[in-house]
Design a protein around this ligand. Sequence first.
Ligand SMILES: C[S@@+](CC[C@H](N)C(=O)[O-])C[C@H]1O[C@@H](n2cnc3c(N)ncnc32)[C@H](O)[C@@H]1O
Length: 381
Amino acid sequence: MKTWITPWGPLSLSRFPYDDDPALQAWSGADTFLLEDFSRRRLPAGTLVLVYNDAFGALTCALLMAGYKVAQISDSALSQRATLWNVEANHLDDQDLFLLDSLSVPEGEVVLYRLPRSTDLLEYQLAQISSYLPAQGTFIATGMTKEIHTTTLTLIENLLGPTTTTPADYKARLIHTQPQPQPRPASRFPFRWSIPSLNLEIIQHAGVFSAGRLDGGTRLFLEHFPKASHLNGAVVDLGCGNGLLGLVAAKRSLSADIFCVDESFLAVWSARESFRINQMGGRGKFLCGDGLEDFDKASVDLILCNPPFHFQNAQTLSIAQKMFQMSVKVLKPDGELWVVANRHLGHHKILGELFPRVATVAYDEKYALFRCFKSSEKSAL
Ligand SMILES: C[S@@+](CC[C@H](N)C(=O)[O-])C[C@H]1O[C@@H](n2cnc3c(N)ncnc32)[C@H](O)[C@@H]1O
C-alpha cells in the first residue's frame, strides 16, 4: 500500500491483487493531474461522475471521498476488484459507487476518462460516450504524454467534438473536449473475421487481444495443438481472449468440457459469441474472473494458455506466474498445462520450478510452446 495525496486528502492504495512490484503504484501522474483540474471546477457533492478505465480505483476512491456519486466503467474484472478493495481499505462508503462493465451504456453529464492501452477500446468507448453526453456535458481525458498520439486526439475530435490539450505536467497531459452531439457512423465493434485454414469465424469486441489477425504465439500453439486423444474431461482456455484455443479444442473433441476464462468482460463476451457463430454455443462455459480461481483442486485435465504480459498500461509477469501456480493446484494428478509464450520472457524457468517435467513442444524465433506435466510419471510424449 502506498499513500496518494489527492485534493481532498490522502488515500492508501494498493494494486490489488497483484501488488508485488515495489516500483509500481496504483495511480499515475495522469490521475493526479486530472483530479487537480476537476477539483478546481467545484462541482457540488452528490454529482454523478462517470469514470472510465480506472485501473485500481484510485480516481474512484478520491471522488467518493469528496462526496461524489461514481459510476465506474471498466473492461476489467480485476480493476473492479481492486476498486472494491481500495474503497474498503480507505473506509469509504460504497453506496454511491456503481461498477459497470464495458458492455453497459451509462448515462451522465460528467465524464473523467483515463486513456486505455487499446485504441480500439478508446474508439468503442468514445462512440458509447457520444451517444449519451449532452452538449453542456463535461469530458476530461488524461494519459501519460507517451500514451497520447495525434491519432488519439483525432479520434476524440471526430467522435466527441472540438478538443484541446494542456501542456505536460506530472509527465501527463489533459484533453478537454466540448461535446458536440450529432449523428455519427455506427461503431465498428464488435466485428467478425475468419480463419479459413481452420474453417472458423471469430467475433471480436473492442480491445480484445489480437484483433482481426492470428497472434504469432497462438499460431505456433495451433500448429502443434494437443491431439484429439488428449482433449478429454475438463479443458480450460486460460486467458481466452476471443476464445480461439477453446474453440479449436471444442471442434477437435466432442467429449471434452471446454471452459473459457478471462478477466476482460469483452473477451469473455467475444469467446461466447465466437462459439455461437461456429454452431458450438452449447459446447463452452464462459467465466469472467481471475485465472483459475473458480476451479476446485485437482479438477482439470488440460489447460491451454497464452498468458498476458501486461496489465492495463504496465508490463508484468506476475499474472502469468500466478496462472502457472494456480494450474499446479487445479490440475488432476495426470493433468497438463500447455503454455505458449514469447521466448524472451523466460517463463520456462518458473515452469521448471513448478512442474516436475516440462517439455518444449515447438519454438520459432519469437515464441516457444511448453508442455508441463503435473506428474513426473507421465509416459513419453
Ligand atoms: C495473450 S492474450 C491470449 C488470448 C487468447 N488465448 C489468444 O491466444 O489469442 C492473454 C489474455 O489473458 C487475459 N488475462 C489477463 N489477466 C488475466 C487474469 N488474471 N485472469 C484471466 N485472464 C486474464 C487477457 O485479458 C487476455 O485476453
